[in-house]
Design a protein around this ligand. Sequence first.
Ligand code: ZN
Length: 367
Amino acid sequence: MIGDRSVIVIHDERMLNHQPDAKDPYLPGRLERRVREILNGLAVQWNYPEHPGRLRAILELLKAEPVPGTGSRSAEAATHEQLARVHGTAYLHEIERLRGKHAWLDVDTTAVSPGSVEAAEVAAGAAIAAVEIVCRGEADSAFALCRPPGHHAEPVRARGFCLFNNAAVAAAHAREALGCERVLIVDWDAHHGNGTQDIFWASPDVMLFDTHRAAPFYPGSGHLEDVGAGLGEGTIVNVPLPGGAGDAAMLNAFRNILVPAAEWFKPDLILVSAGFDAHRLDLCLNVSYEGFGAMTAVVQELADRLCQGRLALVLEGGYHLEALARGVRSVLQVLAGGEAPAPSEIGIQEVAEAAEYHRTAFTGDFD
Ligand SMILES: [Zn+2]
């Protein structure tokens, strides 16, 4: 029943102070053009898609429709030492120099405003707090509402709205400070977690399972054949999918690839890079709210069976505000003990209606 399990949602107001603006006079016009290209066809009102309204939408929905069993907590900023476990020192110094400034960091999309560096440190700190909560048994699960997101951030490069790789920082912290030996990261964001893959490419101690819309979709990485290297060979598990994949395909990947991979890897902590741009209203992996809930149930069952229930989630993408907020809430309901919802058979109903239309719209000789 919802409320049977305890969940802590981690949120900190400082993450709202990351407010890049693609129309900012400090930034080159190319960013605005690039963002316009990315937004083409999407119903996004802001000119920088990764905006504070994303977190506000989630918080407002959770306030209006609270999920029993969930509590909340603020975060501390990650320290230089914690970030340096996965990012190069020169890169961290480069980011430090941007504190209090407006700047554009990469050729894609990533920009900062005066509050961004602190927001990014707090986002990484929120991910750390999530793993600390579950490793210390303070709650059954924890969900860090991080922004900026993290999974595109590479060891020495900001990319795709991401400055620090929050999930990777949390995984490294769990290993080095909380006694975990093996960490499984499940990344269900619609985009490939290129940064997480780079950071743990040769690590036998961190497994990445990543479902994403296949290249050439941004960022263009995440091929089936990319499985890690050296001692880490076999611990990168990419599942590239076509844009219209939907709940059935995602759950198939979770049940038939993730479950046996996790059973082989035997993690003692599971971290989810939870992006909601896979929702059908967003960038189209055609996942429904029930689909996100059902994916959560698979991961929760693995955590219960393999790692004493230790399950922490960090927010990644999700740009359609309703899909983002409702997606997070569907996940929280399952984390809090709700039944795994039946995933929708997306498209099946539409086909049935179309068949009915064709059957009856003409002279009845369709049968
Ligand atoms: Zn994404």
